[in-house]
Design a protein around this ligand. Structure first.
Ligand code: G6P
Length: 461
C-alpha cells in the first residue's frame, strides 16, 4: 500500500509544543486516515517566528502518526492565514461576498506561504507516495509541487463549499487560482452541489472541456478528475468515547441540571457561517409563539471561539452575547434560564455525553461544506429513545441526512416550527428517522471516505 503524505494548514499534534492543534472534523478524519496508511502529516505548527527558516519539527503521536510542522513568520500568518485564507476565501466560499476582503497583499502572502509549504515538504515526499492536500489554505500547493519537479500522484480535497460561478468571479485573478488547481490529478468535494459549481466554473470561465458524468476536466491537454466524496465521522472511535466515565458523567450532569426540561443542543465553532444569531432568533420565535412552553426547553449552545483576531469573528461573538442576553433577560425566572451559552471547547467524551442527554440537536449553518456535528449527534443517540436532529438544508450533510427535520436556517418561523415538531415527535417516528440516519452515519464513515478518495487517487493521472 502506498504511503500517504497529507498536507493541511493545521495538523493535530502540535499540543506537544504548547499550542492547540487542529480542531473539528478535519483532525479526526486525517488522523484516522494516517493510522491506517502510514506516512506523514505536514502543516503549520501554529507558531510564529521572527524569520522563516523552513526547519521541520517532527512529533510522533501515541497513535503512531508522524507529524512534521514548520513555523511561519508573523507577516505570513497575517497575510496568508488571517488574510487570504480566512478573510478572502473563507467568506467567499460560504457565499458571504459582503464579508470578503480583496487585498493584494493577502494574495501575495498566500502564494508565498504555499511556496514555502512546497519547498519544506519536498524532502519528505518519496517516490511512490501519494500526496493528499487539504482545504482552501492550500489550493495552489499542487502546482507549486509540480514546479518543484514532483511527479507523484497529487490529490486535493476541499472541506468547504465551492460557491456558484457568479459569486466566485468576484475574486480578482480567480482564473489564475483555479488553473493552478488543475495541477492535481484528483479534486474532491463534499457533495454534488459544490462539485457542480466547480465544473460549471471550469467550463464557463476557463473554456475547459468538462464531462459532468465522469468529472473529467481537460484543459491544454492535461486531465484532472473532480468528484464528490462526502466525509464521515470515525464512527467506532467516537462511539467508544461514549463508553467512558467522562461521557456518562457529562450526560448525567446535563440531565440533572435541566430538571426534567428537554435539552436542545448546538455545537459549533464560533463562526458567522454557522447561523448562530439566526438560530437564536428561531428559538426566541418559538418561545414567543408558545409562551406556555418556556418551561419545557433549555437550549445549550457550545461555541468555542475561533480566528479571534478578525473583526468579523469579534462581531459575531458580540452579537451572540447580546442575543443570548436579550432572550434570557426577557424570559428568565429565578429558577430558569432558557439559553446557556458556553464559550469554550469540550472533549469528545463530554460532547458525546451532552449529545446523548439532548433530545434535540440543532444544527443550522447558513452554509457548510459538510457538518460533522450533525453526524456525531446521530451517533451519540440511544437507539431506543433517540433525539431529533434539526438540520439546515444548506449544510452538505443534508444530502445524506435527509431523514432529519430539514430547515431553512434564515427563517425564524421555520426553525420555531421544527422545534415544536421535534418536541412533540412520537417515539415511533423518532426511532424510524434515527434508524435511517444512523445507517448513513455508520456506513458512510471516515474510513470509507478515505478509502474511496485514496483508491481513486491511486488510479488517477
Ligand atoms: C474548518 C476548516 C478547517 C479548519 C477548521 C478550524 O473546518 O475547513 O480547515 O482547520 O475550520 O479552523 P482554524 O482556522 O482554527 O484552523
Amino acid at each position: 500500500m502506498a504511503r500517504l503524505v497529507v498536507i493541511s494548514n493545521r495538523v493535530a499534534v502540535p499540543k506537544a509544543r504548547g499550542v492547540p492543534g487542529a480542531q473539528g472534523g478535519l483532525a479526526g478524519a486525517l488522523n484516522a486516515a494516517l493510522r491506517d496508511h502510514g506516512g506523514v502529516w505536514f502543516g503549520w505548527s501554529g507558531q510564529e517566528t521572527d524569520e522563516f527558516t523552513g526547519s521541520v519539527n517532527y512529533v510522533r503521536s501515541a497513535e503512531g502518526v508522524t507529524t512534521a510542522t514548520i513555523d511561519l513568520e508573523h507577516q505570513d500568518v497575517q497575510e496568508y492565514y488571517y488574510g487570504y485564507a480566512n478573510s478572502t476565501l473563507w467568506p467567499l466560499f460560504h457565499y458571504r461576498i459582503d464579508l470578503t476582503q480583496y487585498e493584494r497583499e493577502f494574495g501575495k502572502g498566500y502564494e508565498r506561504v504555499n511556496r514555502r509549504f512546497a519547498e519544506s515538504v519536498l524532502p519528505l515526499i518519496d517516490p511512490g507516495d501519494m500526496v493528499w492536500v487539504h482545504d482552501y489554505h492550500l489550493l495552489p500547493l499542487g502546482n507549486q509541487l509540480r514546479e518543484n519537479g514532483v511527479t507523484n500522484k497529487l490529490g486535493f480535497f476541499l472541506h468547504t463549499p465551492w460557491p456558484p460561478t457568479n459569486l466566485f468571479v468576484s475574486l480578482p485573478y480567480h482564473d489564475r487560482l483555479v488553473r493552478t488547481m488543475l495541477a492535481y490529478d484528483l479534486l474532491g468535494f463534499q457533495n454534488n452541489t459544490w462539485l457542480e459549481s466547480f465544473l460549471h466554473y471550469c467550463g464557463k470561465e476557463l473554456g475547459a472541456d468538462v464531462d459532468h458524468a465522469s468529472g473529467r476536466i481537460t484543459l491544454d491537454g492535461k486531465v484532472t478528475t473532480a468528484r464528490a466524496y462526502p466525509i464521515g465521522i470515525d464512527y467506532d472511535h467516537f462511539v467508544q468515547k461514549g463508553d467512558t466515565g467522562e461521557a456518562r458523567q457529562a450526560q448525567q450532569r446535563l440531565i440533572s441540571s435541566c430538571r426534567r426540561r428537554t435539552a436542545m443542543i448546538g455545537v459549533d465553532r464560533l463562526d458567522y457561517s454557522k447561523g448562530l444569531p439566526e438560530r437564536l432568533d428561531g428559538i426566541a420565535r418559538f418561545f414567543d409563539r408558545h409562551p406556555d412552553r418556556v418551561r419545557d426547553l433549555v437550549f445549550i449552545q457550545i461555541a468555542p471561539p475561533s480566528r479571534e483576531n478578525l473583526e468579523s469573528y469579534q462581531d459575531i461573538r458580540e452579537t451572540l452575547e447580546q442575543k443570548t442576553g436579550q432572550i434570557n433577560g426577557a424570559r428568565s425566572e429565578v429558577d430558569l434560564v432558557p439559553v446557556r451559552y458556553v464559550n469554550k471547547g469540550q472533549s469528545q467524551e463530554q460532547l458525546f455525553g451532552f449529545y446523548r442527554a439532548s433530545k434535540i440537536g440543532l444544527v443550522t449553518p447558513l452554509r457548510d461544506g459538510m457538518n460533522l456535528v450533525a453526524k456525531e449527534y446521530v451517533a451519540a443517540q440511544d437507539p431506543d429513545d433517540p433525539g431529533v436532529l434539526i438540520l439546515s438544508q444548506f449544510a452538505g450533510a443534508a444530502q445524506q441526512l435527509s431523514d432529519a427535520l430539514l430547515v431553512n436556517p434564515h427563517s425564524a418561523d421555520d426553525i420555531a416550527h421544527n422545534i415544536r415538531l421535534a418536541l412533540d415527535m412520537p417515539l415511533e417516528e423518532r426511532k424510524e428517522r434515527h434508524g435511517k440516519l444512523l445507517k448513513s452515519v455508520r456506513e458512510e464513515n471516515v474510513q470509507r471516505w478515505t478509502a474511496n478518495f485514496v483508491d481513486d487517487l491511486s488510479q488517477a493521472g
